[in-house]
Design a protein. Structure first.
Length: 110
């Protein structure tokens, strides 16, 4: 069971190193051409074929990389949002009952 205070940070590099080591132990070199899981070529592999399992490891490696890249993009976006406004002053205006002013875009601006 996971805790609400547990870190959800995803780190690709240690995962990649671990998977590359496993693949090497199974006789697959980094960059081996394996069918992507779920494709017809992968489905046609015998379930006992080590390439079928190795392909799952490579797909997991890619999935973790995508998660890390998305996590970095969210962190950068959050920093840009935080820097875009004086959020403390806005919170004080809202607390004083002045509400939030949302400026309208000029016609044609998008």
């Amino acid at each position: 069971m996971s805790s609400t205070t547990e870190s959800r940070t995803v780190c690709w590099w240690p995962t990649h190193v671990f998977i590359a080591d496993l693949l090497a132990r199974f006789g697959f070199e980094d960059g081996a051409r394996l069918p992507y899981p779920g494709t017809l070529a992968w489905l046609e592999l015998d379930d006992a074929d080590p390439a079928k399992r190795a392909a799952l490891l490579v797909a997991a490696d890619h999935a973790v990389l995508r998660l890390e890249v998305a996590q970095q993009a969210r962190a950068e976006a959050a920093k840009e949002i935080a820097a875009s406004e004086d959020w403390s002053a806005l919170a004080q205006r809202v607390a004083r009952g002045r509400g939030v002013y949302v400026p309208r875009l000029h016609e044609g601006a998008a």
